[in-house]
Ligand binder design. Structure first.
Ligand code: ZN
Length: 155
């Protein structure tokens, strides 16, 4: 694994253990060239998924892209990173078990919103506002009040 700091390809694994979600192995790595430390996660990829964009364009599913958009929505929220990682794994498992390797970006967006709604209302609204691309403030308000009954009971 190449060092993300200096590019050295000869890095060492210091420690391997199952991550809390038990679907990945967490490896702590050390770069002898620059002294950098970083962590990698190794996961089973059950199937290669293809995302069908609303334009009809096909694109290989990329977990790290999904992760990035979720982390943006989760920014500065008091949520344990491990929990976010578990949620992302759960989303990917759901996508993989849909029964079709071609998945529309709309379906992915909906599954992400569902998962976010269960964990953090603010992150959910952030993601949804980007995802649904609200045109008017009224739309947004209506949407937020819609989500309140469903979100109750968790907190
Ligand atoms: Zn390095």
């Amino acid at each position: 694994m190449r060092c993300p700091f200096c590019g050295n390809i000869d890095t060492q694994v210091k420690d391997s253990r199952p991550a809390e979600d038990h679907v990945s192995i967490r490896r702590r790595r050390f770069c002898p060239a620059c002294g950098g430390r970083f962590t990698t996660y190794e996961r089973v990829q059950l199937r290669d998924l293809v995302v069908i964009k609303s334009s009809g364009k096909r694109e290989d599913f990329d977990r790290s892209k999904l992760e990035r958009s979720i982390r943006i929505a989760m920014q500065k929220r008091p949520i344990d990173p491990e929990r976010i990682d578990q949620m992302i794994s759960g989303i990917v498992r759901r996508l993989e078990s849909l029964g079709d390797t071609d998945i529309s970006s709309k379906v992915i967006g909906e599954i992400v919103m569902e998962s976010l709604a269960r964990i953090d209302t603010v992150a959910y609204v952030r993601f949804a506002s980007v995802y649904k691309n609200f045109q008017t403030a009224d739309d947004f308000d209506g949407f937020v009040s819609e989500l309140r009954p469903g979100a109750a009971g968790e907190e």
